[in-house]
Design a binder for this molecule. Structure first.
Ligand SMILES: Nc1ncnc2c1ncn2[C@@H]1O[C@H](COP(=O)(O)OP(=O)(O)OP(=O)(O)O)[C@@H](O)[C@H]1O
Length: 476
């Protein structure tokens, strides 16, 4: 049965008060596979009006909720056909603006057209001149390596590095080490080394493809990103698998549940985590290859691994998005339209207020990276809440995920929206941290990472810098 987000904010929807099959913020659809979302535009932003199964609409070809405006652009409506897709809309303010239909007399048109034509001509000449200059520079560089290729490199350099196709017969599966919503992860052996093998059932092929695509981007090798060895297909049931570096401590969640840390080891976890995210977000050009920025979009302590040397590595890129860089706007368009991951939402507790409210423009690169930084702030809090040096007498609270203390383990979308978004609450920072030498710097870093205003948040790169300065100014 289709699962749709259920939320009614307007008292005008009396007839939906008796909506069936509602459990918290989820509705199971009986006679439709379509979810619907009604949004109202307030202060230029869409706010949820009504989300539910769409008992009227029987046709919803899109997997994502692309909005169409109604009533002079005051309302938006979207229908879609994937689980929980109706809380995440695709909305472009410009496209919602009513068309302007002014008419000008011919003389007015001429008056405007002449200066415009002059400006365009000057711009055209400048573009040609710049292109010629860069072509000349490129030619000079290329001459050293290849004398007969003078063509400009393609502006679309979302290249991939073809990964080795691994024969399943060459892998020895040992025990299961993790079970996500989609995959089963095994410890295994490949070419004499211990590896992790993530197996996704054939039904989850789109997830597998997204994840493979991210791992296969150029320059994805980094100490903060789990090392990728290749992919393959199991011949018996056609399930897909990804072979990865084995992280000895498993997920950050299970590490923190079992271990407390010292101040220095907590910093090591935090720094490697922030460095991994900063690298993932980076737009890199090196030796003619390009790594575009990538938003993880499902950061949680279950999607961060801890290696034997006590550092974090990012994993699970099944919801990630390759973003357009400013210099290559044309590039990666096909990737950014892959919004299926967002339709499936991330992990509830780590969703930023703007994602919880479904009021983001998913085409904006910044929004997705800012949402990652919000989750990063929560992860830093989670790590420091298990640091014995930050608790008097070394008595550390047991590991809890964000908002577990306040809202319980089985948190609902509704309760999070109210607690995090409407009331602007965050996980509580122990009062006594104020008395510690690094306390106020930690507090400031957390607050600047999980700010309710996405634009006010630090970038992942700034988080790395802040951690470095915290370390240099205070070593317990
Ligand atoms: N490389 C690895 N080394 C050790 N354990 C791993 C590794 N990769 C994954 N795991 C374990 O398997 C769990 C599930 O992995 P992963 O998050 O990739 O699966 P998923 O089905 O995509 O998860 P999700 O439900 O978050 O979408 C992790 O939380 C972790 O405990």
């Amino acid at each position: 049965l289709r699962r749709c987000v259920f939320q009614v904010t307007s008292p005008n929807y009396d007839k939906y008060a008796a909506a069936r099959n509602v459990n918290g913020s989820i509705q199971l659809c009986e006679n439709t596979h379509c979810c619907v979302g009604y949004y109202v535009i307030m202060n230029g932003q869409p706010k949820v009006d009504y989300l539910a199964c769409d008992s009227v609409e029987k046709s919803c070809p899109s997997s994502v909720c692309e909005t169409h405006s109604h009533f002079n652009n005051r309302f938006l409506r979207c229908v879609c056909n994937t689980d929980l897709c109706n809380s995440n809309i695709i909305w472009t303010p410009e496209s919602e603006e009513p068309p302007h239909t002014y008419t000008y007399p011919a003389a007015e048109i001429l008056k405007m057209a002449v200066p415009l034509a002059v400006i365009l001509l000057v711009m055209f000449i400048m573009i040609i001149a710049t292109k010629r200059r860069s072509l000349f520079k490129e030619k000079k560089q290329n001459l050293q390596s290849s004398c007969d290729d003078y063509s400009l490199p393609s502006p679309c350099s979302c290249q991939t590095v073809k990964s080795p196709e691994i024969d399943f017969a060459h892998i020895e599966l040992q025990q299961i080490v993790g079970q996500g919503h989609f995959a089963t992860v095994f410890q295994g052996k490949y070419k004499g080394s211990v590896v992790a093998v993530k197996v996704l059932p054939a039904d989850w092929k789109p997830k597998f493809i997204t994840e493979k695509e991210i791992y296969e981007l150029p320059l994805m090798t980094h100490a903060g990103i789990v090392h990728f060895l290749g992919t393959g297909r199991k011949p018996d049931d056609n399930s897909c698998f990804i072979v990865l570096q084995f992280a000895e401590y498993g997920s950050l969640h299970s590490f923190l549940s079992k271990h407390t840390t010292s101040w220095m080891s907590s910093l090591k976890l935090c720094q490697s985590l922030a460095q991994g995210l900063s690298y993932l977000h980076s737009d890199l050009h090196s030796n003619g290859v390009h790594k575009p920025p990538v938003a993880h979009s499902d950061l949680s302590s279950s999607n961060v691994l801890v290696t034997a040397d006590g550092t974090c590595v990012l994993c699970d890129f099944g919801c990630s998005t390759i973003l357009r860089s400013w210099s290559e706007r044309r590039c990666c368009q096909s990737h950014t339209t892959n919004m299926e991951g967002h339709a499936q939402l991330g992990t509830l507790q780590y969703m930023s207020p703007e994602i919880l409210e479904g009021s983001v423009n998913l085409n904006s690169s910044e929004f997705l990276m800012q949402a990652d930084v919000y989750a990063l702030g929560l992860l830093l809090w989670e790590i420091w809440m298990r640091c014995s040096d930050l608790f008097e007498g070394g008595i550390v609270p047991q590991h809890l995920v964000p908002y577990e203390l306040e809202l319980g383990a089985n948190v609902t979308l509704e309760s999070l929206i109210s607690y995090v978004s409407h009331k602007d609450n965050r996980p509580s920072i122990p009062k006594h941290w104020q008395l510690l030498p690094q306390g106020s710097a930690l507090e400031e870093l957390l607050e600047n990472s999980w700010d309710c205003e996405p634009d006010a948040r630090l970038t992942a790169h700034c988080v790395v810098d802040r951690l470095v300065s915290i370390q240099s100014s205070c070593s317990l």
